[in-house]
Structure formats: structure tokens, C-alpha cells
Write a protein that binds this ligand. Structure first.
Ligand SMILES: [Zn+2]
Ligand SMILES: [Zn+2]
Ligand SMILES: [Zn+2]
Length: 234
């Protein structure tokens, strides 16, 4: 389509909805560069490959997991990498979090609130606050960054549903926080309302709990196996 209502238009693919992201893991992937992996898997619809990084003793180290961006809507269950048929697990990104006001759902560039310190007070003039933590999101005695925070866990559940069902944040939030008028901390404080969320999420993503290193199936005996560019590295 080049015109609409008599006006010239340009049609471009949606930046997010036409792509999907998944993670593959295998120790031999550590021997390959992400460029080699992306090139070898381009015929499978892989547009980009990125190495997953972790921190050990404060140092960033490569992991055996690679994040693949597919130029298609549906994630394949498995993908063939050289001799191996690797499980592709859905990638769930971290929830949006503001480093200015410490709340979820937006980033600091869009924040219209006052900056808040991790101690739940307005940001101090001097950095290095040593006051006890009070989480701004749930009033708990932890930093708002803490994985122990129930609001943080709720946000992760919302993000999981949003990613897997490809729905907007507000729609996913309704599934996790169904009652209008309740704050996240109120919902988080009621285990009876959240206890059925985790099984629901697990039913949607059974792959997430599977060990990444034991999920690899060797396809060495497959006569249709096509050598890839970096087969010799295995
Ligand atoms: Zn903010
Ligand atoms: Zn402080
Ligand atoms: Zn908290």
C-alpha cells in the first residue's frame, strides 16, 4: 500500500511485534562468536545473536547462553546448531524500572516524579546514604532493587505474561492485579491472590525451568544434517 485516503504513506514493519526473542544454551557456544552464530542461523530467521553475560565477583563473564532475535512472530521450539538440536526458551526481559523514583512501569527519562533515595527519602545532597533501606514500592526493609521485594516479583510475572502473550503492559497487569483500586503492595501482601499466579505462569513457560545444559539433544546421526560454518569447532 502506497496511498491511504489519497495521502502517500510508507509502510514499515512494527519494531517489536514482528520479532521474537529466545535463548539457546550449550557449552560449545562459548567457542563461537555471536557473529558466526548469527550467520550460521540466518536461514532459520535469526536476525541477531547476543552473548548473555553474568557477573562473577564483580567481573562480567560470558555465559554459554546466546540471545537470538528471530525475524518472525512465533518462536521455534528448537533450532539446529551444527550437530545439536537446541531448545529455544522464551526471553523475558527485566521489568521497566525507574532509577530516579525507584518505581516500576517507566524509565527515568520519562519520570515526572521527584528523585527518591533507596532509603525512601528524597535524594540526599551527599551520595553514599547509610540509612536503613525502606522499599518505596512495598515499605519492606530492603532496597527497591532487591529480588526479595514482592512488588518486584509481581512485576516480573506481569512481564512474563506480557512477553508470552504479546499483549500490552496494562492488559498483562490486569491478569496479575485484577482488582481495581488495589496497589501492588496490597496485592503482594495477600498471598491468596498471588499464589495461583506462579502455577499459571509456569504452565505458560514450562521451558523456563528446564536446565539449559541438559536440554541439548545431539543430532550427529541425522543424515540430513547440513554442516554449518563453524561445525569444525565442535
Ligand atoms: Zn520515575
Ligand atoms: Zn538515603
Ligand atoms: Zn519492596
Amino acid at each position: 500500500m502506497q496511498t491511504f485516503g489519497g495521502q502517500p504513506i510508507t509502510v514499515v514493519p512494527h519494531e517489536r511485534l514482528n520479532y521474537t526473542k529466545g535463548i539457546i544454551s550449550h557449552r560449545d557456544l562459548l567457542n563461537c562468536s555471536v557473529d558466526e552464530i548469527a550467520e550460521a542461523l540466518s536461514e532459520d530467521g535469526v536476525a541477531e545473536a547476543k552473548r548473555m553475560i553474568t557477573k562473577r565477583n564483580g567481573v562480567s563473564v560470558n555465559t554459554a547462553s546466546v540471545l537470538l532475535t528471530f525475524n518472525r512472530i512465533k518462536l521455534p521450539g528448537r533450532i539446529k546448531v551444527s550437530f545439536y538440536s537446541l531448545e529455544v526458551r522464551p526471553y523475558i526481559s527485566a521489568p521497566l524500572r525507574c532509577y530516579r523514583c525507584q518505581s516500576f512501569g517507566h524509565i527515568s527519562a520519562n519520570c515526572k516524579r521527584n528523585p527518591i533515595c533507596n532509603c525512601d527519602k528524597a535524594v540526599h545532597e551527599n551520595s553514599g546514604c547509610e540509612q536503613p533501606f525502606v522499599c518505596v514500592n512495598c515499605d519492606g526493609n530492603h532496597s527497591s532493587l532487591s529480588p526479595k521485594c514482592p512488588v518486584c516479583r509481581l512485576e516480573k510475572e506481569i512481564k512474563t505474561i506480557q512477553t508470552l502473550q504479546k499483549i500490552p503492559y496494562a492488559e498483562a497487569r490486569k491478569q496479575v492485579v485484577p482488582k481495581e483500586g488495589l496497589s501492588y503492595s496490597q496485592v503482594a501482601a495477600k498471598p491468596s491472590q498471588t499464589s495461583n499466579i506462579v502455577p499459571a505462569v509456569q504452565a505458560l513457560v514450562p521451558q523456563i525451568t528446564v536446565s539449559s545444559t541438559t536440554s541439548v539433544l545431539c543430532a550427529k546421526n541425522d543424515p540430513k544434517s547440513k554442516p554449518t560454518q563453524y561445525q569444525s569447532r565442535y
